[in-house]
Each structure stands twice: as C-alpha cells, then as structure tokens.
Design a protein around this ligand. Sequence first.
Ligand code: 8YV
Length: 312
Amino acid sequence: DNLCVLMVCPTSTYIEEELEKSFKLLKLWHFEDQNQLIKTHCNSIRAIVSSGKAGPNAELIESLPQLEIISNYGVGLDKVDLIKCKEKGVRVTNTPDVLTDDVADLAIGLILTVLRGICESDRYVRSGKWKKGDYKLTTKFTGKSVGIIGMGRIGTAIAKRAEAFSCNIRYHSRTEKPNLNYKYYPNVIELASNCQILVAACSLTEETRHIINREVIDALGKNGVVINIGRGLLVDESELVSALVEGRLGGAGLDVFEHEPQVPEELFGLENVVLLPHVGTGTEETRKAMADLVIGNLKNHFNNKPLLTPAV
Ligand code: 8YV
C-alpha cells in the first residue's frame, strides 16, 4: 500500500493518529534531510496536510507528480501556492465556518483587553502594586466606532458581536456587500480616519499585504487601536512598532505576527499592547472540528466522495 500523506508541519496528535490508521504518514519536520525525504517518496506522496504555520510552495508541489490534494488545517491558505495547485489540478481544502466564532470572540476579547487594560490590571494585582497606589483609568468600548477590514465570514461575526456593544460599524473590502447596514469605505485610509478601533480580518493576498501601513496607522491616530486576528503580514509590523513606541498609536491587540514565533521585543515593555501566540482558533472544541474536516476531506477524496470543504 503506497498511499502516502505528507504533513509539512505539526498540526495535532489527533490528526496524526487518525491518518496513521489509513495512510502512510510522513512528518516532514521529523527529517533532517527533507530534500532527500521528498526525493525518496515523491512518487508515492498523494496528499499534503498543511496549516497556517507552513504549507507547500510551488517547488514542492511541482516535485510531487502524484499529488492530488492538499488538506489545510485552518481557513487561511496564504502558505499554499494556489496558482500552482490550479495549474497542476491539485485539489485544496480548508476548515472554514467551524472556527469563525472563536476568531471573532478573540477579536472582541483583544479589543476589551486593550481598551480596559485587563492584562495590565492583572499584572498590577499580581505584583502587589494595588496595595500601594491608585489604578489608572482606561477607555470605554461600548459605543465606539469599529472599522473592519474584510467583511467575510469572520469579519461579519466580529461586526455582529460589536453591534451588541452598540458600536458604529464601518468596513473595507474588495467590493461593497449588498444588503449590509454598515458604511462601506473603498479606501482603507478613510476607514481608519473614521474609526477608533481597526480590525484586520481579511485573508492575506498580494493585495492585502501591509494593508495597514504607515498612512493607515497615522489616519487612525494616537487614540486608535489596531487589532489583528488575521495574518501578521496584513500589518506593516515595523511601522506599527514605531507608531506604538513613539505614541502615535493608542494601542494594539495582536494574535499574529510577521515572523512567528518571533515577536518584536520593543513591544514587550508596552502596557497598551496585548500579544497572543496565534490562538484565534485555539479551543478544544474548534480544533477538534477543524481536525475532523482535515481528516474527512482526505478520506472523502480517496473514497471518491465529494469534498466536505473544498477551497477552490
Ligand atoms: C492555524 C489559522 O491554521 O485558520 C487559520 O487560518 O491561522 C489557524 O487556524 C492553526 O493555528 C494551525 O496552525
């Protein structure tokens, strides 16, 4: 039996155990000489499992003539070369919908944590400072204007939650959505000028890379807050860091970074910044649902059944 699946980065032990029941599973990161591994198995690898951490580039896809499907553990496919997949007729699946609530919940959590200084307050209590002094006041969330970049599944879920906080919602996306009661801004700088909290909730593409740049940050201004639950590269990170260090931006709540797990150390000393290790989808419930889609898509493909969540 030569049905071989290549996992390009760690995903979950549950996925590994389940796949090992039906396939020969190669864990790329376990091998010192990865090129040799690919060479040895290039004619038997028929599927790849990838994630937001790592995915196959054009070269890898090109070097696997028997590759039929890429099953991605996550909704974002920026690490997978989709153009090459299309060219080669390789099918691609991801895990949308099941993770939407968690990512939107975390976006709201980050907003509240930054505005209300929750992490800072926690540090204040733990360090014993409460016994010595007064706590400084924070910023109200209810009623603020929230700008959302990307009004897809996740952006819509964030908007819905922010509505419950009586927020004024505005958004930017490639095109205006019909039947939506939020004000649309074709220009991101204008959106930033007209909101206090700017949330990056779009997928990472060539068009959205650094969509939050210096001009956008300056338009948001020194009372503005950037929230990023999408991808690190949506924000020009060095511009974000200088704006925060120089006090040109009010704060930031970040779940993703340009060079994960590397986080700019200039941010470590800033109290108005909340830093999370890419955990938007990181609940037991959601990761199980995502894993079942990764496994189910592969099984259906090899059993000639319809894919559960085809991406393209
Ligand atoms: C990761 C994500 O895939 O859904 C996405 O796009 O970024 C995450 O769910 C997950 O952390 C696994 O690495």
